[in-house]
Design a protein around this ligand. Structure first.
Ligand SMILES: Nc1ncnc2c1ncn2[C@@H]1O[C@H](COP(=O)(O)OP(=O)(O)O)[C@@H](O)[C@H]1O
Ligand SMILES: [Mg+2]
Length: 264
């Protein structure tokens, strides 16, 4: 955490319509302070993935703005935005395409210009961060689902992102794989947005500590519907100040400190 008051992520009034005319986002606001972890909860089809893909400029809104730190997502800033924001896709196979884990993790930093010992050190660092150093020389398609998911995260961490966005990261995992991933995520010091439709953020190892205390919410088609989703997940309702606007999907976070309720 730094003293910089600029949020890690700020989304305001975001609207997005797919090319076929389907409007997936409408008036979404989201503010994630630096170093905080936020769960973005919602049922299938409510726009979670669409929103996540706006955070590194894969999708670009019809209206509204998205900023990462002090940098707004624009055509001119796209390369830097993608360095700052690491997105882990729902299916790790979308992220792993090289013959070995080591080459997959090296791919991003090599494209940033790293080579030789510096590149090797960056790869080792990223694999160690996800407890996957032992699979460095294996083929990604031979790994278990849990190992593949952590290696996909390593490909992103190798870019040293300021923000992590993970889309349904535990959806294909058994309980042990889920615990391993949650353990790895919990020790990453950067802001995190985890898109999920399940209640795993309430796992005991993910409760807020003095240094991280998010709350998460679903934006409501109605308050009753929102409560129906957040209550079983043990998550606090959004504060009025952080309230999502007219959007179909969104999230808000409380301020820093453990008094803001339960979180991831
Ligand atoms: N490529 C696409 N073209 C048209 N509509 C899409 C496309 N991708 C998603 N949608 C629609 O946008 C809405 C939000 O989808 P999505 O963001 O994937 O939801 P979630 O991740 O919450 O399940 C859904 O109604 C979905 O059918
Ligand atoms: Mg989705």
């Amino acid at each position: 955490m730094t003293d910089d008051p600029t949020p890690a992520i700020e989304v305001a009034g975001l609207a997005y319509t797919y090319p076929d005319g389907h409007q997936a986002l409408c008036g979404v606001d989201l503010c994630v302070p630096r170093g905080q972890r936020v769960a973005l909860l919602g049922p299938n089809g409510c726009g979670k993935t669409t929103l996540a893909l706006h955070l590194n400029g894969i999708h670009r809104g019809d209206q509204g703005r998205v900023a990462i730190g002090d940098l707004e997502v624009t055509n001119a800033s796209l390369a830097e935005i993608r360095r700052r924001v690491g997105v882990v896709f729902q299916d790790p196979d979308d992220q792993l395409f090289m013959p070995s884990v080591r080459e997959d993790v090296a791919f991003g930093p090599a494209n940033l210009g790293l080579s030789g010992a510096e590149l090797a050190a960056r790869v080792d660092e990223a694999l160690a961060a996800v407890d996957a150093a032992d699979v460095a020389d294996r083929a990604p398609h031979h790994l278990s689902d849990g190992e593949r998911q952590r290696v996909a995260l390593a490909t992103v961490l190798a870019m040293r992102p300021e923000v992590l966005v993970l889309d349904e990261p535990t959806s294909g995992l058994d309980p042990a794989g889920r615990r391993a991933l949650i353990t790895v995520l919990a020790r990453q010091p950067v802001a995190q947005v985890v898109v999920t439709q399940s209640c795993w953020p309430t796992a005991s190892c993910w409760r807020p500590t003095a240094s991280s205390c998010p709350t998460a919410s679903i934006p409501p088609a109605s308050d009753a519907a929102a409560a129906g989703l957040t209550r079983p997940a043990g998550l606090t309702r959004p504060t009025p100040a952080g309230r999502v606007g007219a959007g179909r999907v969104g999230a808000s976070v409380g301020g820093a400190g453990p008094s803001h309720g339960r979180g991831l």
